[in-house]
Ligand binder design. Structure first.
Ligand code: ATP
Ligand code: MG
Length: 703
């Protein structure tokens, strides 16, 4: 038998350029797509097609024969990368398997590279990831290891220490500098915080775990400390492309430079006017100094905006012009004219929520599907009344900015107090409350509940809280916590309060929960504000029973609606401005435009921060394609029987007014006839009839 060799050749399409770039891109964009390999910087305003241009550049590289696995595409979210690559796949029509392109966020790409190379750094390739909560617990354990949790001087909480360590890592600054900038009150503890950081790092390494920051740090270490890996990676990636480059931090900037150091084929696109992540260490000097780092780089600008109508753009341009630190940009709309943005003063947050909900449904009747509409706000908790109002009217929505309001831990904590008082057999609520106090974990909470059941008369654990024999039987170390919990619960059980649920919520806060929040969380104040808003909301109900019934109903609606993978096709997006970066909708509501809310008061401690807040407003308004609504409540919700007048946001105030105002003012009139809501929680919405984007006379519709 003869053995013959048979050579198999895989078919490779000839590298012919098939995509008709000219029909899809303008001259400026085309110039970027066709720019020769080499360092390339695109600085351009919102909606000018940066992301689109980057997508086409990737497609062109593929067309020119670059193997997909030699391309690295870094984006702000993994979803953005997936969408861009899907588009590349469509454009290239099967020319290459675009799934082999390394694309995603910095963290995502870091993880996959480290799965391959972690051993070079002494890690097992099967290292596990620590999420934020785990990381915080490990910092707490490290503080404990060093015996720092006890002592006469207050050592910062684990959450705060973790944030400081993280800031130092991401900005590549010494801890001392970070402390001076962010938490000068802890400067005296610099050495100790440093020791905790070291212990934390040691512990992570012992356990073979990495937190999110480690992913980036280790990626950089591979490139700086492991020449054999560096050479491999620099040879592997023949082109590096980065979207939203203005929001990279120091560490990410370095990684990009190192990854591209071999090919020097680096394309970055960004908009300094949209840099909104300095609190996470983003540093727009990365983009500003790009030409200095890469002398002779290609520098491109895109000047036509394809997203928004001239009316929307006029408002956004007028706003960003108030910033001093920026590259001035001329951005001209390439779209037909549409309605002018509407400025909508509303009585208070409830009217704001009603306006938004009603207008959303009207827009839908006019042919704008719910998925083409978004509500944007500066802080997640600003969405509370709107979430509740949408839920009440059965309008499906998705929240991008975080956990849905009623699913947040601190909201659930407070509700637990109320639920237990309302129904003292609610074991879960009781244990949740108890575990908020020092020295009490699940084990003790179980024991205490058993105790109440044994010593009480079984039908009223609330009454049993007062019994001396119960108090005596509680383990010593948990006793102070138990007593405080019991006192607060007994206080709440006061009959007069049962008809004032708003006051009950306030009482939980003032009865120690606010201190708890401050101690536990860096953003404790924001969380306390959430609770105060909940108190206002609760204040609108006649009894505790009514309040809890409504809240539980809404919570149920919410959890039904968020089941992974069962997203209804059509839902309104609720998002913080930060999470809305890069996205667009036909109709956008920017809410809570009162000074102190947007700009957010706590973000205005330094002058530079006002400019960052204004950039946020610019990002918010440039998300709209056609319709933009700016709403601001005239009074804050009544709290302690006081009405606080609000000032309109300086970002609206400073815009030209009178004849030159880039908006129309909408006056709200309350109809004497209330709207009767359908009895079912979720109203069945009829299918939407899609309307053209800018119909003639669209500006009259609103009146
Ligand atoms: P942002 O700064 O918000 O990230 P961007 O500069 O990345 O915006 P893109 O999202 O790429 O802008 O584009 C904005 C919108 O304009 C998209 O809907 C895009 O498809 C469209 N667009 C961009 N360029 C063109 C063009 N040449 N022809 C038609 N539509 C375009
Ligand atoms: Mg973009």
């Amino acid at each position: 038998m003869a053995i013959r060799t048979y050579t198999l050749k895989s078919a490779q399409p000839a590298p012919a350029l098939r995509i008709d770039y000219r029909s899809q891109l303008n001259e400026e964009q085309l110039a970027v797509v066709e720019a020769a390999a080499g360092p390339t910087l695109v600085i351009a305003g919102a909606g000018s097609g940066k992301t689109r241009t980057l997508t086409f550049r990737v497609a062109r590289l593929i067309e020119q024969g670059c193997p997909p696995e030699s391309l690295l595409l870094l984006t702000f979210t993994n979803k953005a990368a997936r969408e861009m690559l899907k588009r590349v796949g469509e454009l290239c029509g099967g020319l290459a398997d675009v799934r082999r392109i390394a694309g995603g966020t910095f963290h995502h790409v870091a993880l996959s590279l480290l799965r391959e190379f972690a051993s070079a750094l002494g890690y097992s390739e099967r290292f596990t990831l620590l999420d934020r909560e785990d990381a915080r617990d490990l910092v707490a354990a490290s503080i404990g290891d060093l015996g720092l949790s006890v002592g006469p001087r207050r050592f910062p909480k684990a959450e705060v220490v973790l944030d400081l360590i993280s800031a130092a890592v991401n900005t590549e600054k010494p801890l001392e500098e970070v402390l001076v900038d962010r938490r000068p009150q802890f400067l005296a503890m610099l050495e100790k915080i440093g020791a905790v950081a070291a212990r934390f790092a040691e512990r992570k390494h012992e356990m073979q775990v990495m937190d999110f920051d480690d992913l980036l740090v280790c990626w950089k270490l591979l490139l700086t400390e492991r020449p054999e890996v560096r050479v491999k990676l620099q040879e592997r990636f023949r082109a590096v492309l980065v979207d939203e480059y203005q929001d990279t931090n120091r560490l990410q900037g370095d990684i990009v430079d190192l990854m591209a150091a071999g090919s020097r084929n680096l394309t970055v696109v960004g908009d300094d006017a949209q840099s909104i992540y300095s609190f996470r260490g983003a540093d727009f000097t990365n983009i500003i100094e790009f030409p200095a780092r890469y002398p002779g780089c290609g520098l491109y600008r895109l000047t036509r905006n394809y997203r928004s109508t001239p009316e929307v753009l006029e408002l956004a341009n007028a706003s960003i012009a108030c910033n001093r630190r920026q590259f001035p940009k001329e951005l001209v709309s390439a779209r037909p004219s549409g309605p002018r943005p509407a400025l909508v003063p509303v009585r208070d947050v409830y009217q704001q929520a009603e306006f938004v909900a009603q207008r959303i449904l009207e827009l839908r009747d006019e042919g704008v599907s719910l998925s083409e509409q978004a509500v944007l706000y500066r802080a997640h908790h600003h969405s509370m009344e709107i979430q509740l109002e949408l839920a009440r009217r059965g309008i499906p929505f998705v929240v991008r900015s975080g956990v849905r309001f009623l699913e947040q831990a601190h909201i659930k904590d407070v509700l637990a107090y109320l639920k237990f008082v309302h129904n003292p057999m609610d074991e879960l609520a009781f244990k949740r409350v108890l575990k908020l106090y020092p020295g009490i974990g699940s084990g003790i909470a179980d024991d205490v509940w058993a105790l109440l059941m044994r010593l009480g008369d079984r039908t009223s654990p609330l009454a049993a809280l007062q019994r001396p024999d119960v108090r005596q039987a509680v383990p010593k170390r948990a006793l102070p916590g138990f007593e405080r919990a019991a006192d607060t619960l007994l206080d709440l059980a006061d009959h007069r309060l049962q008809s004032a649920p708003g006051e009950m919520v306030q009482k939980v806060l003032s009865g120690g929960y606010e201190d708890y929040l401050r101690d536990q969380f860096l953003n404790g104040e924001v969380r306390a504000d959430d609770i105060r808003q909940m108190a206002d909301f609760a204040g609108g109900f006649a009894t505790l029973h009514d309040f809890l019934s409504e809240v539980c109903l809404l919570a149920e609606f919410e959890s039904e609606d968020v089941v992974e993978g069962s997203e209804p096709d059509e839902q309104v997006t609720l998002s913080s401005v930060h999470q809305a970066k890069g996205l667009e909708w036909r109709a956008v509501f920017v809410v809570w435009l009162a000074d102190g809310r947007f700009p957010l008061a706590i973000s205005l401690r330094q002058p530079a921060e006002e400019e960052e807040e204004r950039r946020l407003f610019y990002v918010a308004s440039t998300r709209a394609r056609v319709e933009l609504y700016l709403t601001y409540p005239l009074v804050a919700a009544p709290r302690d029987n006081e009405r606080t007048l609000l000032k309109i946001s300086r970002f609206v105030e400073e815009l030209p007014d009178g004849e030159k105002a880039p908006y129309d003012r909408l006056r709200i009139e309350v109809s004497p006839e209330p709207l009767v809501l359908p009895s079912a929680t979720v109203a069945a919405l009829p299918p939407v009839a899609v309307a053209p984007e800018c119909p003639e006379g669209a500006e009259h519709r609103r009146r």
